[in-house]
Write a protein that binds this ligand. Structure first.
Ligand SMILES: N[C@@H](CCC(=O)N[C@@H](CS)C(=O)NCC(=O)O)C(=O)O
Length: 234
């Protein structure tokens, strides 16, 4: 039986199944990347809800796992060398789950690096830029009279969607026929931008027909449908 009691986070979120991967998350665009990857691979896991309404991400127990106070984070009780592995940052977690399961990333070295390249494109570009659109268009920043910050992030998001659209021309997924962690990283953010932030018109989403096509295929996958609702909100 795996002993996770040395991880203070298990004091606040007890593990019912300590032999399974422990997921600490919320169904936001960064959170669902990991629940979708777990659902796709079939790895056994136990989800725990980190409630922002209760500021759970600032609790000492959560901070003991991720000092950066952000979801998602995991503990794999059976990590490298059979030892527990705590991990935060969704991109690192996606790579880890792909390696652990032997799925969602090409086996050949060049294909692997190309997938990581697009994963980084999401982590360094799409996530931060679309997130700022959310702030300036939907949340507190929408009250700001000066629209220059909003327009800057809208223009940058539009540019990134153009890059993505071009990449998807003639390809089924980001890496061609193979569905990978790059798709799992990118499409929850595209969905969020258009549906939740309601920024589709501002970024002229209608222009990006390849992105629309692949987003629809992504949202059609049963593991994606399930992963988008995990962990269940209380
Ligand atoms: N680069 C991080 C970003 C994670 C992130 O921004 N998570 C947000 C939810 S989508 C969060 O936990 N926000 C809580 C806070 O900032 O207090 C990752 O990809 O894991």
């Amino acid at each position: 039986m795996s002993d996770l009691s040395t991880f203070p986070i298990t004091g606040k979120w007890p593990a019912q199944h300590p032999e399974r991967i422990q997921l600490y998350s919320l169904p936001t665009p960064n959170g669902v990347k990991v629940s979708i990857a777990l659902e796709e691979t079939g790895l056994a896991y136990e989800p725990h809800l980190v409630s922002f309404d209760h500021n759970d991400q600032m609790s000492p127990e959560f901070l003991s796992l991720n000092p950066n106070n952000k979801i998602p984070a995991i503990i794999d009780p059976n990590g490298p060398d059979g030892k527990p592995l705590p991990l935060f940052e969704s991109g690192a977690i996606l790579l880890y789950l792909a390696d652990k399961s032997g799925q969602l990333i090409p086996n050949d070295a060049a294909g692997r690096y190309e997938t990581i390249q697009w994963l980084m494109f999401q982590m360094g570009g799409i996530g931060p830029m679309f997130g700022q659109v959310g702030f300036f268009h939907k949340f507190a920043g929408k009250e700001y009279e000066d629209k220059r910050p909003r327009d800057r992030y809208i223009n940058e998001s539009k540019r990134l969607l153009g890059v993505l659209d071009q990449r998807l021309q003639g390809r089924k997924w980001i890496m061609g026929d193979e569905y990978t962690i790059a798709d799992i990283a990118i499409f929850p953010w595209v969905r969020n931008l258009v549906n939740y932030y309601g920024a589709g018109e501002l970024v002229e989403f209608h222009q990006f027909s390849n992105v629309q096509r692949v987003l629809a295929a992504f949202l059609d996958r049963p593991a994606v449908v399930r992963g988008l609702e995990i962990p269940k909100r209380g």
